[in-house]
Design a protein around this ligand. Structure first.
Ligand code: ZN
Length: 287
């Protein structure tokens, strides 16, 4: 059922944003004029989450066109393994300087196969990862010997106030239980603990050019800079850093985003992900 008020700030000043069509279903989004948050309205049924255990999600670069077959091996999750190792190191360094306890406990939400978490493990951290996708979790347990759980973050059983750091990369639109998911982050962290995430600024002007970014039906909501700052404050976090990210990627990926043919010579490139931000925050109060 459609709600008349924003699920983030409660304002009733909503307007239609856009819609996404996926497998003959239409997903409608509203935009809040007060906090600049975008979210699915009506909220979809829970079976939207079955996508995380669907091979299509992991093996195709773009399940929103009809060219899955031809792109199967050109641009899938596995092909980015090498750049992820590099990125894992860079991200760790970025957060590390804010950590009070240099060898504590860390948890990654939406950890996939654990490449990022593996970097923490190498640096002496007690690591835990959670992701609903069983296959990638199995891979991470086998290959990195990590403590990974194949379940949803909202359902993970955890002692409150025990973690030094929680982070999530690219998991900025996926909590089905929206309030519970975010509040649990505060509740699981120790006081002064660090929460880091990347998010797509859905209202960034560059998105007028790169229209396809974050246009997947399983993005239940989309942040803007204003709405993520609002959320952090509500959740008892103080923002320590907010910066643009850099992406290690392939030329073919850039071409895809620009809507060009991905054929031809391909190589690794490092590009600014202008609307994709890294936010590092610290828990300053219990909620
Ligand atoms: Zn709002």
């Amino acid at each position: 059922m459609k709600t008349a008020s924003c699920i983030l700030c409660g304002s009733s000043d909503l307007k239609n944003s856009h819609h996404i069509e996926f497998e003959n279903k239409n997903y409608l989004y509203d935009f809040c004029n007060d906090c600049n948050f975008t979210f699915q309205n009506p909220w979809p049924s829970r079976d939207i989450e079955s996508i995380y255990n669907d091979k299509k999600y992991w093996n195709s670069s773009d399940v929103y066109n009809n060219k899955n077959e031809e792109k199967k091996s050109a641009n899938n999750y596995a092909n980015y393994q090498n750049s992820r190792f590099k990125e894992a190191k860079e991200r760790y360094m970025k957060i590390e300087k804010f950590l009070i306890n240099k060898k504590g406990s860390v948890l990654e939400i939406g950890c996939a196969n654990g490449i990022f978490l593996n970097e923490w493990k190498k640096n002496g951290w007690k690591c835990m990862g959670v992701d609903p996708a069983r296959d990638v979790i199995d891979y991470g347990i086998k290959n990195f010997n990590l403590d990974l759980k194949s379940e949803k973050w909202e359902q993970l059983s955890l002692e409150p106030n025990t973690l030094d750091c929680i982070y999530m990369w690219g998991t900025d639109g996926n909590f089905y239980d929206f309030h519970l998911g975010f509040e649990k982050i505060n509740k699981s962290l120790k006081m002064d603990g660090i929460y880091a995430l990347t998010y797509q600024d859905f209202k960034h002007p560059i998105r007028k050019v790169f229209k396809q970014i974050k246009m997947q039906h399983n993005a239940l909501y989309n942040f803007s800079k204003k709405s993520i700052f609002f959320l952090m404050d509500k959740l008892g976090f103080r923002i320590l850093e907010h910066s643009m990210t850099w992406q290690n990627t392939r030329l073919s990926h850039i071409k895809k985003i620009l809507g060009l043919s991905t054929k031809g010579i391909d190589f690794s490139v490092k590009v600014p992900a202008v609307s994709y931000n890294l936010l590092i925050a610290q828990k300053i109060r219990n909620i």
